[in-house]
Design a protein around this ligand. Sequence first.
Ligand SMILES: *[C@@H]1O[C@H](CO)[C@@H](O)[C@H](O)[C@H]1NC(C)=O
Ligand SMILES: *[C@@H]1O[C@H](CO)[C@@H](O)[C@H](O)[C@H]1NC(C)=O
Length: 304
Amino acid sequence: MKLDTKDHIPRQFSIPRIRTKILLIVLVALALLYFGPGHIFNQQLYSSSKQIYHATNSTLGFQKIFVLNMPHRHERRRNMNALARVHNLELTYAKTVNRDEANKQAIDNGYLINGTHLACYLSHLSLYRRIIAENIQTALIFEDDVDMEWDLKKRHKQIMDEVQLEYQDDWDILYLGHCTSDINEPQEPGMTVELYEAEYPMCLHAYAVTLECAWRLLMLLEERLKTVGKDIDLILAVGTQFGAITVLGASPPYVVQVGRQELTSDISLLSEGDTAQRLFHSTLFHLRYRNTDPRTLPRYIQVP
Ligand SMILES: *[C@@H]1O[C@H](CO)[C@@H](O)[C@H](O)[C@H]1NC(C)=O
Ligand SMILES: *[C@@H]1O[C@H](CO)[C@@H](O)[C@H](O)[C@H]1NC(C)=O
């Protein structure tokens, strides 16, 4: 038997080859670390974040919550801050368009409505512009005169679970509250809140929109200002009937308007009937921030 150790050592174990191998392994490992698993991991995170709605987080599962408010409306601001505190909500205040500004724009652009109706209309439009400019995927919009059920997050989660189950990301507008009865909603509301496809949703005090829908609303509603000239919620309700958008509603509403009778600081803006609606357990009444217990109020407002 020949014992030539030199020949016995396989050539690939020679020192330079080992070095090259180690270097290769290290390089591959580094590459995997930086581009491989990290990339896959990010993709998984991305796709699962589209499915999971954190319906009970501080923005109720949307990217942002906006509140349309004039800074000088102290009573309304106080109420909204109280609601935010109790329900742990992160609110972003957005300034509304005032009446004078609105009337000036009406003249400049030939709009067919004016006054507070136009001011309200333009305030919502300016929020759609902001949603588009800031690339906000889903935004919840509150007007500043709302009250909420004490178990807001529980009800909201029921609704968002339903949305996820039946529509995933495939919806355009979601009303957490509306103010007149809808033909499609459950007629006998139980203790749990139910999701329905809205036929004629009225009032814009609590609704969510997707980014894509904000684009469409902006185009539709701007044009209608010059051709139809009615209140924004009416135009939207009609648009819902004829447009190819998915509009969802919650029944019974869990975010409602306080009503103009109770918001004393704004009585001068009153033009129509009261907008107060029923709640089972009102947050603001519980906090003694309003005098009327909304349990005793009608479910929906009377349309003048
Ligand atoms: C709440 O969850 C949504 C996703 O469902 C997310 O877009 C939003 O940023 C979250 N809000 C906060 C304050 O983290
Ligand atoms: C608003 O419109 C009404 C009805 O068209 C009109 O009578 C009124 O003068 C207008 N007000 C302003 C401030 O333009």
